[in-house]
Write a protein that binds this ligand. Structure first.
Ligand SMILES: Nc1ncnc2c1ncn2[C@@H]1O[C@H](COP(=O)(O)OP(=O)(O)OP(=O)(O)O)[C@@H](O)[C@H]1O
Length: 501
């Protein structure tokens, strides 16, 4: 370009335009700048949207703050596929009851609703299924009413709020896997415990009521009484008699003095009362009720230390499922019977197993699983068997016991506990038999010795912890059991359970 041309362009660019009197070169500069900014803006938009798409693709499902142990395996329509789901809300997980393991396994066949396995039946002989019809097709009215089955009351949400002070923090007694429990006082002055269920899974009102009615008709002095319930909107609440002396777990493992108020006699009374409550569920109802979660925190105590089993029927109540046949394994880590945990096969013998663990816990003051203990002592059964095998049964007694029991009484309790936790469910005694063993005099007790030998042997096989010692298991000639004097070393007898007396 010549000097003349350059001067011309310069003159043209320097001319003022009609847009705010700006010179042409200024205008061109503004336009170019705006174009660059706009392009950059488009580019960044593009980049952000690509990044979001990428994130969405890689995002993992959010895991709520729930204890690892509080998980539920939800049945999948395909029997061989299981997927994990959260059984309890984060609030429930924050509760102290972190040991709960809830597993549900779906099988293409198994127990049916209201069947012997997990059915909840009423004392009047009707099953949960049968009571369904008693509700007919009538719509459910809102408002307080006395259940027409005559056992309890249907409370309104308002009544529940009044009773519990608006479900305020101060009235919270505790929090379990099923929900929060509040202390309350009804308008007639009755003290109650109100359990606000977290896990109703959208259970239909009528279905819930049928189940509760069935459970509510169960009456026994060693079972916590269900006084009524509340079904309103999404709320599902259960109203229980208030048991005013805490639960066994608190008294065994909570902050108590170095000398426990639970004497041996009180402990054995708790064992016996619990057995009687379970016997009523197993043998006094048709269809029978399997508790599924026998453990120390579910044994409530009154001021006279009488035990009352709570939470029975809850497992069933919260697991009803009409759509397909389901077997759910519910229980608490350390208490669940091996066959139930492994296969979902549920019989009342699963409760007997948990009850055996409970006896061990009561004798020793130890938790079924305690990771703060040295290796070899973490698992209560393993440790107890080893101690008994090493003739140290006197050393398993809870050091907080004010007075040691007699050797005979200790052996009796250990014997019953060992029989209850036999890995072979068919060899476990029925709970009614357990009561006989606990109450029996020496004569009756003699008959149990051989069975204990078998029970102890099968434990060894099951856990592979002890060396096989054929001489230990050998019975005297003719299969007779040698009697030992009552003053014999208890460890010796327990190490040779066929000679237990
Ligand atoms: N009827 C009742 N009277 C007095 N206290 C009760 C009653 N029912 C439950 N509780 C107390 O409320 C607390 C929570 O009970 P809940 O049964 O919900 O939980 P849990 O048995 O400890 O655990 P989970 O339900 O997970 O097995 C416990 O401390 C229990 O002792």
């Amino acid at each position: 370009m010549s000097v003349y041309d350059a001067a011309f362009v310069n003159t043209q660019l320097s001319k003022r335009t009609s847009i705010f009197g700006l010179r042409l070169w200024v205008l061109i500069g503004i336009l170019v700048g705006a174009l660059i900014v706009f392009s950059l803006f488009l580019l960044s938009l593009c980049f952000i949207s690509r990044r979001n798409r990428h994130r969405r693709r890689n995002r993992k499902p959010l895991t709520p703050l729930v204890s690892k142990e509080i998980q539920e395996i939800i049945p999948n329509p395909q029997p061989n596929e299981l997927h994990l789901d959260i059984a309890k809300s984060a609030a429930a997980a924050a509760a102290e009851q972190h040991r709960r393991v809830v597993a549900a396994v779906a099988f293409s066949s198994g127990e049916s609703k209201g069947g012997g396995g997990g059915g909840v039946g009423g004392g009047g002989g009707g099953s949960a299924c049968e009571t369904t019809s008693s509700f007919g097709s009538g719509s459910i009215s809102v408002g307080p009413e006395v259940s027409h089955l005559g056992w309890g009351k249907w409370f309104t949400l308002r009544e529940m709020e009044d009773a519990t002070g608006g479900m305020c923090e101060e009235n919270v007694i505790g929090e379990g896997g099923y929900g929060i429990v509040y202390r309350g006082v009804l308008s007639d002055g009755t003290n109650v415990a109100v359990k606000n269920l977290l896990n109703n899974k959208g259970q239909a009102e009528r279905e819930f009521r049928v189940e509760v009615e069935a459970i509510g008709r169960v009456r026994h002095k060693n079972l916590v009484r269900l006084l009524g319930y509340c079904v309103e909107g999404a709320y599902r609440m259960l109203v229980y008699e208030y048991v005013d002396n805490g639960n066994l777990d608190q008294w065994l493992h909570g902050e108590v003095d170095s000398v426990s108020p639970l004497t041996w006699d009180i402990r054995m009374n708790i064992v016996l009362g619990t057995a009687k409550g379970l016997a009523y569920l197993h043998e006094g109802l048709e269809p029978k009720v399997v508790h599924r979660d026998v453990k120390s925190s579910n044994i409530l105590l009154d001021r006279q230390w009488n035990p009352k089993v709570s939470d029975f029927g809850l497992a069933k109540l919260l697991c009803s499922d009409h759509s397909y046949v389901t077997t759910r394994v519910m229980g608490t880590f350390g208490y669940v019977a091996p066959e139930y945990a492994c296969t979902g096969m549920l019989t009342e013998k699963s409760d007997v197993y948990s009850f055996g663990i409970l006896i061990m816990e009561i004798i020793t003051g130890r938790s079924p699983v305690d990771y703060s203990k040295p290796q070899g002592e973490v698992n209560l059964i393993e440790w107890l068997k080893t101690m008994v095998g090493n003739r140290k049964s006197e050393e398993v007694i809870d050091p907080k016991l004010p007075e040691k029991p007699s050797s005979k009484a200790l052996k009796r309790a250990l014997l019953v506990a060992l029989k209850c936790v036999d890995p072979d469910a068919t060899k476990r005694p029925k709970i009614g038999h357990v009561i006989h063993m606990l109450e029996a005099d020496d004569l009756l007790f003699h008959d149990e010795r051989r069975t204990v030998g078998e029970s102890s042997r099968s434990h060894r096989d099951y856990h592979h912890h002890e060396q096989k010692d054929s001489s230990r298991d050998r019975k005297p000639a003719g299969g007779e059991i040698t009697d030992q004097s009552e003053d014999d070393n208890s460890g010796k007898n327990l190490a040779h359970p066929t000679r237990l007396r």
